[in-house]
Design a binder for this molecule. Structure first.
Ligand code: XMP
Length: 317
C-alpha cells in the first residue's frame, strides 16, 4: 500500500536519475503543492534547483515577506521577485474574471521568463501540479466549455523550450500533505488553506486598484487570524473574504456612511470539486464582523456566504 516514506524514496531516486546534473527552475507560490515539490526536488538535486517566488501584489497581507523568509530557512535556493506594480498595471480597468486570469497568467509568464533567462543552461521546469489539477483541467477546460481557466496547469509557452517535471502529478491533496510531513516541512505551511493563483484579484469583484487590494488584505487578515485564534482554521478547508462592487448605507456615530460590503466565505471540502459552506459559530461571526467594520476604513457591512458548490463555486469569480 501507498506510504509517504516509500513515495519520497522512490521519487527522489527517480528525480535524481531523470535530471542528473541538469538545472531545474520552479515557481513557488507559498502553497502546499509547490512547496512540497520544491523540497522533494531539493533533496534530489540540491543547488541545481532554482526557485522563483513572484509577488503579484495579490497575496494575503505580509505573505510575500513571511513566506520568502520561511523558504530561505528551509534551505531552498529561492529568489523573491516583487512584481506587484507590473501585475496591477496589467489588471488596470479589467473587470471580467477570465480576462483577469489571462492578464495575470500573461504577466506571470513574462516575469517568470525574465527570471528563468537569468539562469544559465536550465533544462527543466518543475511544477507542483497535483492529480485534481490534472483532472479539472481536462474536464472543466475541455474544448467546448471553459468555466475557469486555471493557469497553473499546462506548462509554458514554446519559446522557453523547457521539459516539464511534475513529481506530485499522481497525488491527492491529503497525500501531498503527508509527503510534506515526511519531508519535515513546517506543519503550519502544510496546513495552509488552498489559495488561488490569481489571488485576491478574483475576490475583488469588478476592477482592481491598489486601494481595494489593501482593504481586502486587511479584511482577510482579520478573518483568517480570527479563525486561527478561535482554533477554527484547521476545521475549515478554505476561507477568505470577497470585496463586493456594492456600497451600502450605514451609520457611524451620527454620520451617515456609504461604504463597501464584504462577504466572508468558509467551506468544507476534500478536493475543491464540491464544497459545503461551514456552519461557523454565530459568536465568531459576530466578533469578526465587528472587528472588520471597526478596524477597516471603507467597509460598513459584512455578509456571510451560505452557498454550496455546486451550484455556486468556491470563488466568486
Ligand atoms: P472554484 O471557485 O472553481 O474553486 O470552486 C475551486 C478551487 O480552485 C481554486 N481556484 C483557482 N486556483 N487558479 C488557481 O490556481 C485559478 O484561476 C483558480 N480559480 C479557482 C479555488 O480557490 C478553490 O480552491
Amino acid at each position: 500500500s501507498w506510504t509517504p516514506g516509500a513515495f519520497v524514496d522512490l521519487t527522489v531516486s527517480e528525480l535524481k536519475e531523470k535530471i542528473g546534473d541538469d538545472k531545474v527552475v520552479l515557481g513557488l507560490s507559498g502553497g502546499v503543492d509547490s512547496s512540497v515539490a520544491a523540497v522533494l526536488l531539493h533533496q534530489a538535486i540540491g543547488k541545481n534547483l532554482y526557485c522563483i517566488f513572484v509577488n503579484n501584489g495579490l497575496l494575503r497581507k505580509n505573505e510575500f515577506e513571511s513566506v520568502l523568509h520561511q523558504y530561505k530557512d528551509m534551505g531552498l535556493n529561492v529568489k523573491g521577485v516583487d512584481a506587484s506594480a507590473r501585475f496591477l498595471d496589467a489588471l488596470a480597468g479589467i473587470s471580467d474574471p477570465e480576462l483577469k486570469r489571462k492578464a495575470i497568467g500573461n504577466a506571470f509568464i513574462e516575469v517568470f521568463d525574465d527570471e528563468a533567462h537569468g539562469i544559465t543552461d536550465v533544462t527543466y521546469l518543475a511544477q507542483g501540479t497535483i492529480y485534481p489539477d490534472v483532472i479539472e483541467s481536462i474536464s472543466v477546460n475541455g474544448p467546448s466549455v471553459t468555466i475557469k481557466s486555471h493557469h497553473n496547469v499546462g506548462g509554458l509557452p514554446d519559446f522557453m523550450k523547457l521539459k516539464v517535471v511534475e513529481p506530485l502529478r499522481m497525488l491527492f491533496k491529503d497525500e501531498v500533505r503527508r509527503v510534506g510531513a515526511e519531508l519535515g516541512i513546517d506543519p503550519e505551511l502544510l496546513g495552509r488553506h488552498p489559495f488561488p493563483g490569481p489571488g485576491l484579484a478574483i475576490r475583488i469583484l469588478g476592477d482592481i486598484t491598489e486601494e481595494k487590494v489593501r482593504i481586502l488584505q486587511e479584511v482577510d487578515h482579520i478573518f483568517i487570524q480570527g479563525l486561527r485564534d478561535a482554533m477554527l482554521y484547521d476545521k475549515v478547508w478554505q476561507a477568505g473574504a470577497i470585496l463586493l462592487p456594492v456600497q451600502s448605507v450605514g451609520v457611524m456615530g451620527d454620520e451617515r456612511t456609504y461604504e463597501q460590503v464584504v462577504a466572508l466565505r468558509a467551506v468544507e471540502s476534500t478536493d475543491g470539486m464540491t464544497a459545503d459552506w461551514v456552519n461557523l459559530p454565530y459568536e465568531f461571526l459576530q466578533k469578526t464582523s465587528n472587528a472588520i467594520i471597526n478596524r477597516v476604513k471603507g467597509v460598513n457591512r459584512v455578509v456571510y456566504d451560505i452557498s454550496s458548490k455546486p451550484p455556486a463555486t468556491i470563488e466568486w469569480e
